[in-house]
Design a binder for this molecule. Sequence first.
Ligand code: G3P
Ligand code: CA
Length: 289
Amino acid sequence: MGSRASAPKVVTVNELRNRAQFNARSCKEVKDKYGQTENGLYYLTTASGVVYKTFCDMTTAGGNNIYGKCTVGDRWTSQQGNNANWPQGEGNWANRKTFGTVKAATDDDFKNPGYYDIEAEDMSVWHVPNNTPVNHWNLAAIMRYHTDRRFLHLYRGNLYQLFHSYPVEYNVGAHLSNNGPSIPIVDDLGDKESTKNVYGPYSGGEIEGGFISFRDINHERSATAICFGVKPKSGNVEHYCIGGCGFFHEANPLQCGDFTGFAWNGYGTHIGFSASKQTLESAVFLFYC
Ligand code: G3P
Ligand code: CA
């Protein structure tokens, strides 16, 4: 994976101003067209001419950061309560709404136009502790991994399209039989065991490490969006998959929220079905490659 361990570089205002003149739709294009190889902040332009600032992970074949999340705000599930009549919740996995800024992405939810605009083949994922400044994301990450099977070709190039095929919606199907794809990952920092061990010990018996999984459904027919680092083998997916629909039936409304049931046996206790504190206090960055 090349120079992933290189020291972070602070970009000067002048360099950033130069970067503002690039006209590219993806980080890969910035790299190919303008010879840029530094990880950092760049401007991209969508097909319809919207200019936005994003973080490019140039070491993983020009990855675009398209998504971050954290514990405040529940834009990746529902901000309007837990409600069976609100089956899709916010619907942000499959719409063109954007929110947040790249600078505050480890403090608050972030979704930029790249999420739906870029056509990619693979994804890279970084789990970064909250409040980490942007130039330290790579080094501060607690886990990093990527896919290399070009799976996004099968789903029309991005997650916006994938989640149109697999809606994150209450009551769309049954657990295990109607789950979306699980894609094998290649570890850049961490391994199958450490990636799995961020979840609670009870969860550990219900998951397989070494995957990223999409649209997994729980025992009560609630859909979650992404299971990071793992593939569910059971229907308590609310303890190892994040984001989701607008209604979680079990223990109403405890499991509804971006971090679903990650604190089922106490916040950050890492016992029972509870994930580790470090996991709850990290943002997840998705890059398209
Ligand atoms: O998701 C876990 C739940 O379905 C059962 O948990 O604590 O009642 O064993 P518990
Ligand atoms: Ca459950």
